[in-house]
Write a protein that binds this ligand. Structure first.
Ligand code: PLP
Length: 394
């Protein structure tokens, strides 16, 4: 085994199931390991390297920022942050945003805003703090976001979890209404992913999301959309919720937002943008200028002419290719967020075989999952699909 792996395992806590692969560098959609072997990348990290490896304009922006100002405290301002925030608000139609460093932090911010919104409006005694989340959701690994996560497998070891989270079955409007009635006057927000990512690439029905939106409006409950995985063009529109025809009060973004540099953002509308006040929330690294420089490069590319249409088209191209594979039982997801159901094979075994043959893919529950760089070409899709087909249909 590689010296790097031995050294790593001797000194880094073993909290992930890692493959025996040491990545050394990358270019475009190709990663290269320590021995010089190349891999086509259908994972982009986990949807983070949205422009692929070391995109020229992105790398230039990041390096230039490292040579200018790499960080300032949040007691001061920087132009790169202002530019990024303005661009993001313009692209999404939201009023203001808060800067964090990860998806979990973006969701922590959303949770705090939702609770303070009700606190400010209804008072402490109202105890209007319940947040409804969905069964099979994933919102992060901090204690609050784990509490929000509607999967029992995550609710172990770390007791006690944060109070005030109630789960509703995804795509079950009757269950939603029943829980809202049961906790009438106590609910401050409903939070969901448009496509449950870690839960196995499970899309929500348009009708269900519409019902969430209507119930929230009727009851002055905030609608929070966790677009940490689905956002920033991944599904073929800048936000996935655009395709579901709703306008949440709060949207969180992270993964692909800065092209592979840590960032997390909580977007707020007119109703929620003044809830946090000086001293109520913060983050030392939040809004890091290097992350913002990378983020600006991502926003420029994703908003460029025809880019989002190309994401949709490539998503369709993937689906057409997958339809020609016998072992494929079905395909879920939106745009370039793709879950593949298999008939007989084990997803993890397939992912390992792909890696051995020069293709990086992800899994989610029992499915294969692809979150390729948004810049992937049809030739690169062909190259990866050829490897996959050989493994699945041999
Ligand atoms: C990955 C993910 C998170 C957590 O993001 P981190 O950056 O790992 O904290 C939260 N929500 C969704 C939907 C995600 O996919």
């Amino acid at each position: 085994m590689s010296k790097t792996i031995d050294k790593f395992n001797e000194h880094v806590i073993h909290s992930y199931g890692r493959y025996d692969l040491v990545l050394d560098k990358g270019a475009g959609r190709t990663a290269v390991d320590e021995d010089g072997k190349e891999y086509t990348d259908f994972g982009s990290g986990i949807g983070t390297n949205s422009l692929g490896y070391c995109d020229d304009k992105w790398a230039e922006a990041v390096c230039a920022q490292a040579h200018a100002v790499q960080h300032t405290s949040n007691y001061y301002y920087t132009k790169v942050q202002a530019d990024f925030a303005a661009k993001l608000c313009e692209l999404t139609g939201y009023s203001k945003m808060f800067f964090g460093n990860s998806g979990a932090e973006a969701n922590e911010c959303a949770i705090k805003i939702a609770r303070k919104y009700s606190f400010d409006k209804y008072g402490k005694d109202a105890e209007r703090w319940v947040i409804i989340t969905l069964v099979n959701s994933f919102h992060g690994r901090t204690v609050a976001t784990l509490s929000a996560t509607g999967q029992d497998v995550f609710h172990n070891y770390f007791f006690p979890f944060v109070e005030g989270f109630v789960n509703v079955e995804a795509n079950n409007t009757a269950d939603l209404k029943a829980k809202l009635d049961q906790y009438d006057g106590k609910v401050c927000a409903v939070m969901f992913e448009c496509v449950q990512g870690e839960g196995g690439v499970v899309p929500l029905d348009k009708e269900f999301v519409k019902a969430v939106s209507e119930e929230c409006a009727k009851r002055d409950v905030l609608m929070i959309c966790d677009e940490v995985q689905t956002g920033v063009g991944r599904t073929g529109t800048f936000l996935a919720c655009e395709q579901l025809g709703v306008k949440p009060d709060i949207v969180t973004l992270a993964k692909g937002l800065a092209g592979g540099i840590p960032i997390g953002v909580c977007l707020t509308n007119e109703k929620t943008c003044e809830v946090l006040t000086p001293g109520t929330h913060g983050s030392t690294f939040g809004g890091n200028p290097i992350a913002c420089a990378g983020g600006n490069a991502v926003l420029d590319r994703v908003s460029s002419e025809g880019f989002l249409d190309s994401v949709k088209a490539k998503g369709e191209y993937f689906r057409a290719k997958l339809a020609g594979i016998n072992e494929v039982d079905g395909v879920d997801g939106m745009g370039l967020m793709i879950g593949v159901r298999l008939k007989t094979k084990d997803a993890h075994d397939v992912a390992k075989a792909c890696l051995d043959n020069g293709l990086l893919i992800l899994t989610a529950k029992e499915k294969l999952r692809f979150l390729p760089p948004l810049t992937i070409t049809t030739e690169e899709i062909d190259r990866g699909m050829e490897i996959l087909k050989k493994i699945l249909d041999n």
